[in-house]
Design a protein around this ligand. Sequence first.
Ligand code: HEC
Length: 386
Amino acid sequence: MHMKFIIKFGVVLLFVVVAMRLEIFAGQKQQTESQKASTEGMKLDTGKEIFEAACIGCHGPGGRGQPESILGFEKPDTFPDFSDCNGSTREKTFDWRATIHEGGSHRGFSEIMPSWADALSSEQIDKVVGYLRTLCSEPGWPFGELNFPRAIMTEKAFPEDEWTLTGAVKGSRPRSDSGELIYEKRLGPKSQLELAAPYSFHQRANNGWVGGIGDLIAGYKRVLVFNNNTGSILSAQGSIALPTGNKTKELGSGVTTFETFGAFGQKLPGLSFLQIQGGAELPTDTTKADRVGFLRVAVGKTFAQNSGFGRAWTPIVEFLGERDLVTGAKTDWDIVPEVQITLNKRQHIRASIGVQTPMNNRDGRSTSAVFYVLWDWFDGGLKAGW
Ligand code: HEC
């Protein structure tokens, strides 16, 4: 199997997609007169006043949306109900500001949502976003601000609706490619189900490749505490990996393994963040596999093009520590510099690429190229918002 070719092809394809998006991006920003919104002669001091003057015509009282009979247009599937906590709390203030300032089409939404760049000042946009934030009346929902960009290795604390394909490609012999296809489904304000299918391909001594699907994993995440004001979130997750992989093909551990971890995220000034994940893998039979403890730390910052309204680039550095939980074992440390890029206008499809390098105990441990592609499916289909 020509794994090397497939991987090279994948990387080239990724760059082509990114380059194409950048190209289109450079020529944007025309808006017709009719798409520009006006607020002339209106009283616009508080967020509520701004909303009632400028937004209520479409978004309705309490942000619940006007009926189509009043609107006179068909509502897009993604038309928001700001009083629906499940839909509205997960959005970032940052993204709402971009949609309001630049108009819907700029973020891959309907062009019926006008640009308010000329009609409202940036303070007024902040005020109306502040008002939108009050429309979910149930407490207990963490805001999208606590949903930090995903690092490649460090799991996040925020409950997600996402598909992610991760990979790690080892360049030196014996070569290997491994990763996971992960499905995440949010359950209510604080919980999330996770299913993962790890895959692995490795080169044998005769240069042939062997591989397939490893031990299937099911997990449950729960937010323990969060604070929307301080920008902090702490979650715990428990998972079980079943020995479904074929051990003769070196797939899976051959033993049922529990994994448990805590994940913490903290917002830092200027769209930067810190994420920490610490836990252990606990095989039910330690004669077959060792218990392993791990600590992962990710620090990053988002930069958005076009005065903060466009494509987002998030450089992240991760530090990964891992140690067999037996006396005398050493801790292996790796460093992973990486960058996450939003691929489409709606920013719900993203990719990240990085390089994982051992910092100590280098014997038998080599550098890998690591990556993922993710799709936040709650925000729309794979083809939506380009
Ligand atoms: C002419 C009708 C109209 C007016 C007026 C209007 N909007 Fe919208 N807005 C829409 C439509 C339609 C969408 C949905 C676009 C889509 O999902 O494709 C939308 C979407 C949005 C979104 C994106 C929500 C999300 O899910 O990310 C925000 C935020 C928003 N509007 C805020 C406002 C604010 C604030 C105002 C007033 C300053 C306003 N809108 C005025 C029609 C309007």
